[in-house]
Design a protein. Structure first.
Length: 215
């Protein structure tokens, strides 16, 4: 019993330490964005880089831990928006806005998770963020597909359709949000409305311009 208790205490202590290190990493990412280095994170945490490696293995391991941390929080927000007591159009807009508000509020974190570390130190140039960000987007697509399956009656072939829609909507949000965050061509509310219009079937209902080849 005593050995089990000691192991439990050690496990809880390790979990607390890991959480503290992730919070230190968050602070560095908020400051440095994609250029956040293991050296800077170790310094922020008040430890040496080998100790940081002991907890996460390498920058890829740290990235995956941070990605899980932020993706979990984002998915909680998206599910809350989808479950809000409102009509379907309003819930769609709230869900889109929840994602865009999250990346707007912490653009440096978003860039760290989604874009190569162009400013990284030479020793870390081999770290390929793109290789790690694809699973993050796939996870979001699967999660959204599950939400659609649980909340919308799609009839025969519903699982196939929900997965196609889930990944398609995540891809749209990611691509449009990435472009908007870089250029800020108009307010966030405008992008929410435009994307909701697209999801709401406006493209299918729109007529072709005169003289054009059609679409």
């Amino acid at each position: 019993m005593e050995n089990n208790s000691q192991r439990d205490d050690q496990q809880r202590a390790a979990e607390r330490r890991r959480k503290e290190l992730l919070e230190a990493a968050d602070r560095v990412v908020l400051r440095d964005g994609p250029g956040a280095s293991m050296n800077a994170i170790a310094a922020e945490a008040g430890i040496t880089k080998p100790i940081l490696y002991r907890h996460f293995g390498d920058k890829g391991g740290l990235y995956r831990a941070l990605a899980a941390r932020h993706t979990d929080a984002l998915l909680i927000g998206l599910r809350a928006a989808l479950d809000a007591p409102a009509d379907r159009r309003e819930r769609v807009e709230t869900t889109l806005d929840s994602y865009l508000a999250a990346i707007e509020a912490r653009p440096q974190v978003y860039r760290f998770l989604m874009h190569p570390a162009d400013e990284a130190h030479p020793a870390e140039q081999g770290f390929d963020v793109g290789r790690h960000s694809a699973p993050l987007l796939r996870r979001m697509g699967e999660e959204l597909a599950q939400v659609i399956t649980e909340r919308v009656d799609l009839g025969p072939g519903s699982e196939e359709l929900a997965r196609a829609w889930g990944h398609g909507i995540v891809g749209m949000m990611h691509a449009a949000g990435d472009w908007w965050l870089r250029e800020r061509p108009f307010p966030r509310a405008h992008l929410v409305r435009h994307l909701a219009d697209l999801l709401w079937g406006r493209l299918a209902a729109a007529g072709n311009l005169p003289g054009g080849p059609g679409f």
